[in-house]
Design a protein around this ligand. Sequence first.
Ligand code: SF4
Length: 473
Amino acid sequence: MLAEIRGLNEECGIFGIWGHTNAAQLTYYGLHALQHRGQEGAGIVSTDGEALRALKGEGMVSEVFTPEKLEKITGMAAIGHVRYATAGGSGIENVQPLLFNSTTGSLAISHNGNLVNATQLKGHLERQGSIFQTTSDTEVLAHLIKRSGYESFEEKAKNALSLLKGAFACLVLTEEAMFVALDPNGLRPLSVGKMGDAWVVASETCAFDIVGAEFVHSVEPGEFLVINNDGMRKERFAYPAERSICTMEYVYFSRPDSDIDGINIHSARKRLGKQLAKEVHIEADVVTGVPDSSISAAIGFSEQSGIPYELGLIKNRYVGRTFIQPSQEMRERGVKMKLSPVRQVVKGKRVVMVDDSIVRGTTSRRIVALLKEAGATEVHVVISSPPIKNPCFYGIDISTSGELIASNNTVEEMREIIGADSLTFLSVDGMVQNIGRTDPGSKCGHCLACFTGEYPTNIYPDTVLPHEKEKVK
Ligand code: SF4
């Protein structure tokens, strides 16, 4: 995937396990499988039923954890987190799980998603005397739990969760139990699995495969699961709202070997590629996909159009991540270091280049140039999603429309900017129908806000930057 050079980044991945003697080690493996969801930091908090112990650091999973360190956080339960910072910024204090020790009981939280009312809640809590240790919106949940007037931890947690707005897939760990919650719109994926007697929870089902767990069910919007030594119990903290899972999970973020609500990501992307080939007719010699996330759609496009699929671009996997290089110049160089054209495949050919999305346009422009430098006579860019015109407030790093090329340009202007011979985007209907969800409603259970501007939740005033206000319907 090219998220790091395109400016489209998932915020986080979460993993939890209850009831296994190697909980921390298994969480480490689970986080490895979720590494694509965040590379800035990783952490594990485990419990042996007596206390909670944390191990975390900045960087990749393999950099943060060593076998020696993992041995120090033994226990029968653990939660973990991989982070890409969209809310709160980077820094070790923001690496999750966040751990809070108190004389009335400790708790740790792993959270994937962004709260749209974090600022309001934080202001309210600060006026009541709360002091925040981090700039992460996740800390709000811990304060709300601790300040809740309810008796039991369960009721406190449910009450606190009911006050949150936006996207949240959460794991909360105490010495007695692991709690699992998903926001009422179900904006982020979250699945439950079983591994012998142990319960496993993960952002993506690919994490189950790596630890040998079986998928049991998806967490439902508004659901609150209590997992402890007595087993798993389903409760609710909110009624479900209209299902609005992030469409970009299917298009781009999730791993091809993951399933979301029974739909395999690779298969869904292939169908998107096929639909694209139905929506546009291009005379070309080869189809190629931008690795890794667009390969499935490129195969689908090839199958439908009859134009042979070829490996026209390869990814250099050993280059450091370039998203930490903030300047445009460095980002452009990053593209060149990360991708190479296969000259023999593209030379003298009319190439269809399939990509999953365009954010700034920088990456597309560089890839088109790479293919042309390598001898492609024409480069037709086809995108397996509609133009991204609106910011995301739910945990994806597209927070201002100013940086979105599709927000400020027509398709023809974009084509010219990226230097392609043609540019085609998939239609919204074509995308929704071919992903294959069957939820009631015209959006079939999808969030489409970055494409259509129709946000599934209220967008609280200070979530929106002043110059974005007119864009939010
Ligand atoms: S706005 Fe777009 S990126 Fe954000 S949650 Fe919705 S579909 Fe996903």
